[in-house]
Design a protein around this ligand. Structure first.
Ligand code: NAI
Ligand code: MG
Length: 801
C-alpha cells in the first residue's frame, strides 16, 4: 500500500477501471461467432469463412467474425435493392422517426458502446465515452432532422440508391454513423463493411437496427477484410461508394469504379499542420497539441501531426511540450484515468516503429518521455521528433501513430508555405492571439477543415473532408448530404449524345468557299488562346472543320500535350482572379454577356454553319448563352457559404472556395451554350480554366476569345486549347496541377478520365456519354454547377475567454 505522503508527492491515481461485465456477457452469448447482418437477419458466410478479432491492449481474443465473400455481398446488395424502393418512397418524416429511434437507442446504450469500442479498438474509455459515442448520437439526431427536411431543402433531388460503404478502424462506430445516417436520411439503403480490426460495434449497431424496427435490408452489414471491400466497390448493383481509409486504397477504389457511373466520396489520409505563431498562448497550444496528435494514439486522419512553430518560441514550446508529455498516462484503455491506450493492431505498431526508425536514420532527433508504457499489449509511447527537414519521409508520410514531427518557421508566409508543402489537405490548426493573422493564414491553407486556436472539433452540422490527396466529398451538415443525393434529371438515363466524327489527320489548308452561310469566312486558321494571347499550337498543325453539309468551314489548331501544359501554367499564374471580390467577377461576366450579345449575328452564323444551318435555332442558342452568362454573373457574389450551427461560442464558417485551376472538356451538343454553361460557373466562382471545346465546333470557342479579349477577362483565366478532345482529356487527367476536371464527352472518355485522375485524386465530373439538355434550365444551369465549381472549407473559430 502506498503511503499517503507518498501519494501526495507523486499525485498518482490508483486504477479506476470502467466496468465491462455487460460487454463480456454480450460477447459470451456470441461465442459461436458473429454472422453478417443481411436482410434483417444474422447469417454466417456460406463457405464458413471467419476470422478472430482481438483486444489490442491485452491480446485477448474477443470474438469470431464471418469473412464475407461474393455470395454475401450479392445477397446484401440484393436485399438493399429490394428495400430501396419502399424506403425511398417513405415520407421524410417517417424516415426521420427511424433515425430518431436509432439515436435514442444509442443514447441509452452509450456506456455499452463505449466499452465495446474501447475493448475492440484500444482507445481510452475517456475518449470513446466522451467523444466517439456522444458524436455518434448527435449524428443520428442531426440527420433525423435532415430526413424531415430533405424534400423541402433539396428540391429536384433524388436518393442515389444502394450505397456501398467502407470504413476504417480508428473511429469504428463514429465512421459508421457518418456513413449510415446521411444515407438513410436521404432515402438510400446501405451495404456497409466495417474494418477487419474493429467490426464489433457495427454488429452491435445491427442489433439496434432490428430493435428500432428498421425495415429489413435498409442497413446491411457484411464483415471481412479488403477483399470483401473490393467486392463491394466492384459490384454492379451498387450506385454509390463512400470510403474512409488510406489514400492508397482510395486510389484503388477510384480505379475500380471508373466509368461505372457510381457516385464516389473519398475521405483519405492527412498530414495536417499545427501552426503556432510567436504570439500564441503557448500553454493552450500545448494542450491543443496533446489533443491533436495524442488523441486516439494519433490514429486520426486529421491528426495535427506536423508541428510548425515560430522560431522565436520553438525552444520554449518544446520544453513545455516535453514537460506535459511526462504527465501523460499510457496504459489500460478501460482505466478512466488513461490518456493513451493501445495501437489497434501489430501491423500498425510495426508501421509506426519503422517510420520512426526511418526518421532517425534521416537525421531527426527522437524524444520520448520517461513514463511507464505497458510491456504487454500493443503500446507506443508519445514521441516528439525534432530537427526534421521538410522533405523528410516523416514530414511527408502519414505515420498514423502518436508521433509528432516539429519544424520551425520565421514568417507567416513561410508558415503557410510549409503547411501547404504536402500532398494532403485534410485539416490544419492555427494558434495565434491575432485574429487577423489566424484568419489570413486560414484562408491561404489548402485544407478542408481549419481550427483556429483549437483542434479536432467535430459536429454533425459541419462538413468534414479534404483538399488534394485527402480525397473529395464532405461528410456532415448540408454539404455532406449532397453525397447521398443526385439531381433528379441526372438519375434519368439520357440518350447518348450523337457522336460527331472529326478527322484530325493533318490536312492542307481547306479549300473553303469565301462565303459560308452568308458570312465571309475568316481567312485565317484559328489559334489557341493561352494566357490571354492567341498562340500557335506547339505542334504547328491544324485540322479542318466541316459544316453539316460537308463543306469545309475553316481550320482550328491541333493542340497537344505541351499546349495543355502551357495552358495549365498560364491558369496557375492568374491567381489574382481567385482573390478579387465576387462582385468584381460579376462585372466582368456581365461585360462578357454584353459583348456576346453585340456579336449575336456573327455567332448565329457561325453556329448555324457548323451545326445544321438552322439560323433560328442558332440565334436562340446565342440568346440563351447571353442569359446564362448573366445568370452566373448574378451568382458570382451570391453563392456564398454558411455559418454552421455547431457548438455554442464557436463560429463555424463554411466557405465556398474555388478549386484553383480547373479543366473543362465540352460536349458536342449546343456548342456555344454548353461552352458557356460550363465555363461561366467555373470562373464566376474564381477558378481559372483550361477548356477544350467540342472538336467539331471549335471555331465557336475560338470566336469567343474575341469576346473575352474585349471584356476585361484577365489573361490566363480562360485558356482554350482546340484539338482532339479524347487525347487532350488524357493529358488533363494526368496533370497534377489541375484540381478539378469536368469532362463532357463519350462514355469511354469518361471512364478514361476517372481512371487516370488518380494521380492527384482530382475531383471529376463526367457525363458517361449521356446528353445534357443545355437549354433546359433544370439541367443546364443551377446551383449544382456552382457546387461542383467549389470546395467547402470549414473554419472553426471559438470565442470568449
Ligand atoms: P485501409 O485503407 O486498408 O483500410 C480501410 C478500409 O478499407 C478497411 O475496411 C479495409 O478492409 C478496406 N479495404 C482495404 N483494401 C480494400 C480494397 N482494395 N477495396 C475496398 N476496401 C478495401 O487502411 P489500413 O491498411 O487499415 O491502414 C493503413 C494506413 O492507412 C494507416 O497507417 C493510415 O495511414 C491510413 N488510414 C487512414 C485512415 C483515415 O481515416 N484517413 C483510416 C485508416 C487507415
Ligand atoms: Mg480489434
Amino acid at each position: 500500500m502506498p503511503q499517503v505522503k507518498e501519494i501526495f508527492r507523486t499525485m498518482d491515481y490508483g486504477p479506476a477501471p470502467e466496468a465491462n461485465q455487460d460487454v463480456i456477457a454480450w460477447l459470451a452469448a456470441k461465442k459461436d461467432g458473429f454472422g453478417h447482418f443481411i436482410g434483417g437477419e444474422f447469417v454466417p458466410s456460406k463457405d464458413g469463412a471467419a476470422f478472430d478479432v482481438f483486444n489490442p491492449a491485452t491480446g485477448a481474443k474477443l470474438a469470431q467474425v464471418a469473412q464475407g465473400g461474393k455470395a454475401e455481398i450479392d445477397a446484401a446488395v440484393e436485399s438493399a435493392r429490394k428495400a430501396f424502393g419502399p424506403w425511398s418512397a417513405l415520407p421524410g418524416d417517417t424516415r426521420a422517426r427511424y433515425l430518431y429511434a436509432l439515436a435514442r437507442l444509442l443514447q441509452k446504450r452509450e456506456r455499452f458502446f463505449s466499452v465495446l469500442e474501447t475493448m475492440d479498438n484500444g482507445k481510452p474509455i475517456r475518449e470513446s465515452r466522451d467523444i466517439d459515442i456522444p458524436l455518434v448520437v448527435r449524428h443520428y439526431y442531426h440527420h433525423a432532422g435532415w430526413a424531415e427536411l430533405i424534400e423541402s431543402e433539396f428540391p429536384n433531388h433524388k436518393p442515389v440508391g444502394v450505397c456501398g460503404q467502407i470504413i476504417p478502424w480508428n473511429f469504428p462506430l463514429l465512421m459508421l454513423a457518418w456513413k449510415v445516417a446521411p444515407a438513410l436520411a436521404a432515402g438510400n439503403t446501405v451495404v456497409l463493411k466495417p474494418a477487419e480490426f474493429t467490426p464489433l460495434t457495427a454488429l452491435a449497431f445491427a442489433e439496434l437496427c432490428r430493435e428500432a424496427g428498421l425495415p429489413a435490408g435498409v442497413v446491411n452489414i457484411v464483415t471481412g477484410d479488403g477483399r470483401t471491400g473490393a467486392l463491394i466497390t466492384e459490384h454492379p448493383g451498387i450506385d454509390k461508394v463512400a470510403f474512409t481509409g488510406s489514400t492508397e486504397v482510395g486510389r484503388i477504389i477510384r480505379k475500380a469504379t471508373a466509368g461505372s457511373g457510381k457516385k464516389l466520396s473519398l475521405e483519405l489520409g492527412g498530414k495536417s499542420p499545427f501552426i503556432v505563431f510567436d504570439d500564441a498562448d503557448l500553454d493552450s497550444a500545448v494542450e491543443g497539441i496533446v489533443d491533436a496528435i495524442w488523441f486516439n494514439q494519433g490514429q486520426v486522419c486529421c491528426a495535427g501531426s506536423r508541428l510548425l512553430v515560430h522560431e522565436a518560441v520553438a525552444e520554449r514550446m518544446h520544453a513545455k511540450l516535453k514537460a506535459r508529455l511526462e504527465t501523460l498516462r499510457v496504459g489500460d484503455p478501460l482505466d478512466k484515468a488513461t490518456d493513451m491506450g493501445a495501437i489497434v493492431d501489430a501491423v500498425q505498431l510495426d508501421r509506426i516503429r519503422s517510420l520512426v526508425e526511418q526518421g532517425r536514420t534521416e537525421g531527426a532527433a527522437c524524444w520520448q518521455p520517461s513514463i511507464a508504457v505497458p510491456e504487454k499489449g500493443l503500446f507506443f509511447p508519445p514521441t516528439l521528433m525534432t530537427n526534421v527537414a521538410p522533405a523528410a519521409t516523416i514530414a511527408q508520410e502519414e505515420i498514423f501513430g502518436p508521433v509528432l514531427v516539429s519544424m520551425t518557421f520565421r514568417t507567416p508566409d513561410e508558415a503557410v508555405q510549409l503547411a501547404n508543402n504536402s500532398r494532403y489537405g485534410l485539416a490544419a490548426s492555427i494558434w495565434s492571439e491575432s485574429i487577423n493573422v489566424a484568419l489570413d493564414c486560414a484562408a491561404r491553407l489548402k485544407a478542408g477543415v481549419v481550427w483556429v486556436n483549437s483542434t479536432n472539433l467535430f459536429d454533425a452540422a459541419a462538413g468534414f473532408g479534404g483538399y488534394r490527396e485527402s480525397g473529395f466529398g464532405r461528410e456532415g451538415g448540408r454539404e455532406g448530404l449532397y453525397e447521398y443525393l443526385a439531381p433528379a434529371w441526372e438519375k434519368k438515363a439520357e440518350e447518348p449524345a450523337p457522336a460527331r466524327k472529326v478527322d484530325f489527320s493533318v490536312t492542307p489548308a481547306a479549300e473553303t468557299p469565301a462565303v459560308v452561310s452568308g458570312v465571309p469566312r475568316f481567312d485565317r486558321t484559328a489559334k489557341l488562346y493561352i494566357g490571354g494571347k492567341q498562340t500557335r499550337p506547339d505542334g504547328g498543325y491544324s485540322y479542318t472543320l466541316y459544316a453539316a453539309n460537308g463543306a469545309a468551314v475553316g481550320q482550328a489548331g491541333l493542340g497537344n500535350r505541351k499546349d495543355i501544359r502551357n495552358a495549365v501554367e498560364a491558369a496557375g499564374k492568374a491567381t489574382s482572379w481567385s482573390g478579387v471580390a465576387g462582385h468584381n467577377r460579376a462585372q466582368v461576366l456581365y461585360y462578357v454577356a454584353e459583348n456576346l450579345e453585340a456579336r449575336t449575328d456573327e455567332f448565329t452564323h457561325r453556329i448555324a454553319s457548323l451545326v445544321d444551318g438552322n439560323e433560328d435555332a442558332a440565334r436562340e442558342e446565342v440568346a440563351a448563352s447571353v442569359r446564362r452568362l448573366a445568370f452566373y454573373a448574378a451568382h458570382a457574389d451570391k453563392y456564398d457559404g454558411q455559418v454552421h450551427s455547431t457548438r455554442s461560442r464557436h463560429v463555424t464558417l463554411a466557405m465556398n472556395e474555388p478549386w484553383g485551376t480547373m479543366a473543362i472538356c465540352c460536349p458536342d451538343e449546343a456548342p456555344l451554350l454548353a461552352f458557356v454553361s460550363l465555363v461561366a460557373p467555373a470562373i464566376a466562382m474564381g477558378n481559372r480554366v483550361v477548356v477544350v471545346p467540342s472538336p467539331a465546333h471549335a471555331l465557336v470557342a475560338t470566336d469567343f476569345y474575341q469576346v473575352l479579349d474585349t471584356s476585361d477577362v484577365p489573361g490566363g483565366v480562360v485558356n482554350i486549347v482546340t484539338g482532339d478532345r479524347e487525347s487532350l482529356a488524357k493529358t488533363i487527367a494526368d496533370h497534377d496541377d489541375i484540381s478539378a476536371f469536368w469532362y463532357f464527352g463519350t462514355a469511354e472518355g469518361s471512364k478514361e478520365v476517372e481512371q487516370r485522375s488518380t494521380g492527384n485524386l482530382k475531383a471529376t465530373w463526367v457525363n458517361y456519354g449521356r446528353a445534357v439538355r443545355w437549354a433546359d434550365a433544370q439541367q443546364g444551369q443551377g446551383r449544382e454547377f456552382l457546387r461542383r465549381a467549389t470546395q467547402v472549407k470549414n473554419i472553426w473559430v471559438p470565442y470568449g475567454e
